[in-house]
Design a protein around this ligand. Structure first.
Ligand code: CP
Ligand code: NVA
Length: 309
């Protein structure tokens, strides 16, 4: 049987995605039921970049399911001293039952899955952040129920987070509008992938430079940092380029009255989002962060314990 991994949400069928979100809901409401499902199982957590939510939610999630998470910093692993990805993947496959990896190059996660014999979970690369998208759409289904026909607006940088949102939205019947400054559009490779999903699903994907047009009619407004991990040197330049792309109360007022605000976090109040919005009544950022735990527990149950979806 083919070992399943989650490198991109596109690795799932729309039915599997819906099944995972439904499982996440059961895991959240009845955590006791799943308490020892991963007893005796270990998940290796490889981090080349910093993390609060991803690290803690995976470690705690494994613990709550009766298993163990092993934090493996790139600074301590031999991988950081030049051991190959292929050898690392093959050796870890002899010890642990799954690998979660947060890396710079997307290819590193692809190669871990290619050379290993166990499930690999993408915990963020320069290209994608699929676990974030699972939690985000889980949060939206909690707020709105079925997402079919609703619109998600993303305002800001065309980065890993929006790539995963664009791929996932059509799978749940959602339209997505993305407003970025010129020169900061999402990567055309992922736009193409998302567009073909949207054609299949009959949903809309719009790329534009006007934040107000993007949020018009939206049920959710999403933003992320202007400089992602690895882009620290561009931060000052980006601060200038993204002027006018802050999600503030005036922009939120152009979305539907029931619209919620989402952010993967960490956020910078006063840059990509005003404090008034991040901490205001429409904000769901902390539910969203909590839902990383429940959505990933569902993912772990499916990948490591064969829970059916
Ligand atoms: N949203 C997210 O992935 O957060 P961390 O970088 O803290 O893991
Ligand atoms: N786009 C951000 C997301 C952090 C969770 C980054 O890659 O740094």
């Amino acid at each position: 049987m083919r070992v399943r991994s989650l490198i991109s949400v596109a690795d799932l069928t729309p039915e599997e995605l819906r099944g995972l979100l439904a499982l996440a809901s059961r895991v959240k409401s009845e955590p006791e039921r799943y308490r020892s499902r991963l007893s005796g199982k270990s998940l290796g957590l490889i981090f080349e970049k910093s993390s609060t939510r991803t690290r803690v939610s995976f470690e705690v999630g494994m613990f709550q399911l009766g298993g163990q998470g092993l934090f493996l910093s790139n600074r301590d692993l031999q991988l950081g001293r030049g051991e190959t990805i292929s050898d690392t993947a093959q050796v870890l496959s002899r010890y642990v039952d799954g690998i979660m990896a947060r890396t710079f190059a997307h290819q590193t996660v692809v190669d871990l899955a290619r050379y290993g014999t166990i499930p690999v979970i993408n915990g963020l690369t320069d290209d994608l952040h699929p676990c974030q998208a699972l939690a985000d759409f889980f949060t939206l289904t909690e707020v709105f129920g079925d997402l079919m026909g609703r619109k998600l607006a993303y305002v800001g940088d065309g980065n890993n987070v929006v790539h995963s949102l664009m791929i996932t939205a059509p799978m749940l019947g959602m339209d997505i509008a993305v407003a970025t400054p010129e020169g900061y559009e999402p990567n055309p490779v992922y736009v193409e992938k998302a567009r073909s999903g949207a054609v299949e699903a009959g949903t809309k994907i719009e790329l534009m430079n006007d934040p107000a047009a993007a949020v018009d009619g939206a049920s959710a407004v999403y933003t992320d940092v202007w400089a992602s991990m690895g882009q620290e040197e561009e931060a000052a330049l980006r601060l200038e380029a993204f002027k006018g792309y802050r999600v503030d109360a005036s922009l939120m007022s152009k979305a539907l009255p029931e619209a919620v605000f989402l952010h993967c976090l960490p956020c910078h109040r006063g840059e990509e989002v005003s404090a008034e919005v991040a901490d205001g009544p429409q904000s769901r950022i902390f539910d969203e962060a909590e839902n990383r735990l429940h959505a990933q527990k569902a993912l772990l149950l499916w990948l490591l314990a064969g829970e059916s979806l």
